[in-house]
Design a protein around this ligand. Structure first.
Ligand code: PAF
Length: 285
């Protein structure tokens, strides 16, 4: 596995792979890898004949009061895991490589970026869309792999790819969960033992809502209340949002269908967690 820091070299290597007829999969990450990321590498290896991962903690997607400086950086372990998982190339640029002095062009994401994460984290999706477009330009891959845990992010990226005619196909891979339901996240490592335990209320609430839906309850307000009630029982009284929304547009719905997603963002202790469940998705346990 080759580790590359420069744009020039990674582009050259990816173009070589393409010239050899390899189908190239791209897995963008911010490092602090966990089994969710590794499932993206596996998905890429199933569909592609070369897999390129990137590790870059993108300053442009963090707000001024967010955790950019303390975001976990575990590069040696990340590289060992990527090697073990079978990645072929890893791009680990320095910040100045991606954002050289004078950098001043950003992607304005579509309206799907506006609600939920978009309103809680102003500028976040602008930063995500910009860096992802840059990665797509730097590394001309055939397929890009993203996790469903960042549900809204995946929609923003899909929309950008369609709107800007980018020659890459996007795959969104299922959420990987701990045995007790907690969605894997690089930020889970911030949780104290007590918060870690309380955090399970999020996935429990989502599952309880889906069970009610499967039992015939379609009123969105009641499904939302089901999630809120689980959260309250664990002392999470002020989630940032619990949204029952259309899985394509993210507009709130009043009647849920199989194509409805429930999105949650909540602080557990000091740690901000997000999770989601599509009501008709029987694969997410
Ligand atoms: O999902 C992430 O880890 C990041 O938002 C991404 C897609 C790597 C862009 O920085």
């Amino acid at each position: 596995m080759e580790v590359v820091e420069s744009i020039e070299r990674i582009r050259e290597r990816v173009l070589q792979l393409r010239a050899q007829g390899r189908r190239v999969g791209l897995v963008p990450t911010m490092g602090a890898l966990h089994a969710g990321h590794l499932s993206l590498i596996e998905a890429s290896r199933r569909e592609c004949t070369a897999t390129v991962a990137t590790i870059f903690v993108n300053p442009a997607q963090f707000g001024p009061s967010e955790d950019f400086s303390r975001y976990p950086r575990t590069i040696d372990q990340d590289l060992a895991e990527l090697r073990q998982a079978g990645a072929d190339l890893v791009f680990v640029p320095r910040s100045e490589e991606i954002y050289p002095p004078g950098f001043s062009t950003f992607v304005e994401p579509s309206s799907v970026a506006a609600p939920w994460e978009g309103s809680c984290r102003p500028g976040h999706f602008r930063g995500v869309a910009t860096v992802v477009l840059k990665l797509f330009q730097i590394l001309p891959a055939h397929l890009g792999f993203f996790g469903q845990k960042d549900f809204q992010q995946a929609l923003v990226i899909r929309r950008m790819v369609a709107d800007l005619n980018l020659p890459i196909a996007i795959r969104v891979c299922p959420i990987v969960r701990e045995a007790d339901g907690l969605a894997l996240s690089s930020r889970n490592r911030y949780l104290s033992q007590d918060d870690r335990h309380r955090a399970t209320a999020i996935s429990r609430g989502l599952r309880a809502a889906r069970n009610r839906f499967l039992a015939g309850e379609a009123r969105a307000e009641l499904l939302r209340e089901t999630v809120l009630s689980e959260l309250r029982q664990s002392g999470i009284t002020q989630p940032e949002y619990v949204a029952v929304a259309d899985a394509e547009t993210l507009a709130e719905v009043t009647e849920a269908t199989a194509a409805t997603v429930i999105l949650v963002a909540a602080r557990v202790g000091q740690t901000r967690l997000i999770d989601n469940l599509v009501l008709g998705d029987s694969n997410d346990a």
